[in-house]
Design a binder for this molecule. Sequence first.
Ligand SMILES: NC(=O)c1ccc[n+]([C@@H]2O[C@H](COP(=O)([O-])OP(=O)(O)OC[C@H]3O[C@@H](n4cnc5c(N)ncnc54)[C@H](OP(=O)(O)O)[C@@H]3O)[C@@H](O)[C@H]2O)c1
Length: 312
Amino acid sequence: MPNAYGFTRYGGPEMQQFLDLPKPVPGPDELLVEVYAAGVNPVDWKVRAGMHRAFLHLEMPAVLGREVAGVVEQLGEGVDGFTAGDPVFGTSARGCGGYARFALLTAGQTAPKPAAVSFTDAAVLPVAVGTAYDGVGQLGLAAGETLLILGIGGGVGSAAAQIARDAGIRVIGTAAAAKREFVESLGATAIDYDSGAFDEQLKTILPNGVDAIFDLVGGEALNSVSPVISPGCRVLTVADPETAARFGARPLSRTSSTKTLTELARRVAEGRLDPQVRSVFRFEEAEAALREVESGHPWGKVVLDMRSSPGH
Ligand SMILES: NC(=O)c1ccc[n+]([C@@H]2O[C@H](COP(=O)([O-])OP(=O)(O)OC[C@H]3O[C@@H](n4cnc5c(N)ncnc54)[C@H](OP(=O)(O)O)[C@@H]3O)[C@@H](O)[C@H]2O)c1
């Protein structure tokens, strides 16, 4: 019976398939977790396409997925602070393995899941929401300053908007016109990149430029906002370091620690942060879930609910 979803060779979506694999064995500083929910991210298809193979060496078949929430099944050597049966969430050990009934997590990148946070919300905190938290923090904006987020309608962008707003920062974001209401619901002002009035909106909304840009798209999307980039503007990118280098951008440095994850879960439990899980797919629909993300235009976050898997 299939218990994982992955790929047997690097390539396009046609390389993806359901797999029947032995239960993984946790190594030192790893936890084996029964997966209840798995986050779906752009990094998953990028890994499948071989874009990370220079620094991520995978044995085939490889299981997709970089983040999960579930219940601890077994502890690896040297793991403290967790017990079998604990609800947890965290980052997949060894760079992948989340779309599965059982997955390994890195202990230092795992945190207890508060009862007030659902498994589907917790599953998306390590990658997209964690990236948003690190990004907004590293831009170092003060309350009252203005942040422009390129690609505000996806997983990282929708979380970054809320984290920045929570810190008193004014947030503007670029998104497709269809997402205007969604962007406004995050407490941000929307600029439509596909309505034909982009330059005019940019000038009207940001006549004095911006204090910082968080770039989640790169390429032409970044070039198109050059009129509001003044010499003092801080630019941070997770999408396109090459284009962003022209604007003096810094790459993001990820923390991914238990401490960061605990802080994010606390904010979700307090109602200060909504991870915006907009699409929940059953395990059997893993192909459609990743297709939605690979389209490049998902709304908020996409999650696989593994509790629907056969035998769960
Ligand atoms: N380095 C890291 O640690 C790290 C971590 C997380 C993510 N990332 C990268 O960061 C990027 C964003 O990640 P994500 O998880 O937020 O992706 P996502 O959930 O797939 O969202 C991407 C968003 O970009 C928007 N978009 C596409 N073309 C656009 C354009 N021309 N202008 C404005 N918005 C546009 C889409 O919304 P519309 O419908 O509005 O087009 C979509 O919602 C990806 O490249 C990902 O690989 C890097």
